[in-house]
Design a binder for this molecule. Sequence first.
Ligand code: ADE
Ligand code: ZN
Length: 325
Amino acid sequence: KVTKEFIQGLPKAELHLHLEGTLEPELKLRLAQKNHINIGQQTIEEVKAAYQFDSLTSFLQVYYPAMNVLQDKEDFCALALDYLKKAKEHNVKYTEMFFDPQAHTSRGVPFETVINGYYEATLQARKFGVEANLIMCFLRDMPAESAMETYRQALPYRDKFIGIGLDSDERNNPPLKFTEVFALAKKDGFHITMHCDIDQENSIEHIRQALLEIGTERLDHGTNIVEDPSLIAYIQEHNIGLTCCPVSNSFVVDDMKGKEMLELLHQGIQITVNSDDPAYFQSYISDDLYALAQKYELSQDDVVQIAKNSFGIAWILEDKKKEYL
Ligand code: ADE
Ligand code: ZN
């Protein structure tokens, strides 16, 4: 039997983590008071009680309004730093963290406030032994023009993030909607990843577009790929991994999708386990891996392989990976 302590102690990389999804009720209340923002709740218990969702859509409806409490550079830094301290407790050596600039610029917070705050936290985390990079995500339910405008806003800060992602509501928002901006980002040398959420109307078609038309280097979620052996062969050949989030899945589709993860893992696909939005799903990376291990009776070898995969598909130099393992 794999223990919680064993899992927590394993060196890990976390590659699917939304910084805005790390907003714990305590910080949310503190920032609401500091910035004089009425969030409709007065106590931790009330905030927690509002964290109710049973689908991606209902989750996003709680998620975006909460971000109002983030106003200045210090707020963004505090948010990321709280997560990075938690990551340290879970023996996360390295993390690539998503952020959603449009969720902030659309409510009047300048792009530079967001990126400078988050980036400052990565500098501080390095001092306590957690290495972190940023991945800028576009909100796929906003127009492609807005993604392009965001990309242009970001270019002066290009040294502060290493990749581009795509998140938010996937319904009717296929990867191809963003062909132009991803092509540009790729040409400019950024890494590319994108969400292919669980059990979407066109999951396989979206995965196909992401892989073959956009040229994504990873799939965030992406377990519906089990339905298409030719796409599995493609990611095997190109060493493209999946960043899976079992507890998040259990909230939004009532299924961890552990069967699919294990099927792929045992075919040699680089499956990883991550927390997605840990404050909302009340599960940090070791909790996710432990929940999966318990429910699907993973062997110690499976768990170790998953941890190794997280470094395997991380966007860092091979020498660095050896150092962390
Ligand atoms: N934004 C934050 N978490 C997300 C998820 N699981 N899917 C899509 N967008 C998200
Ligand atoms: Zn996600």
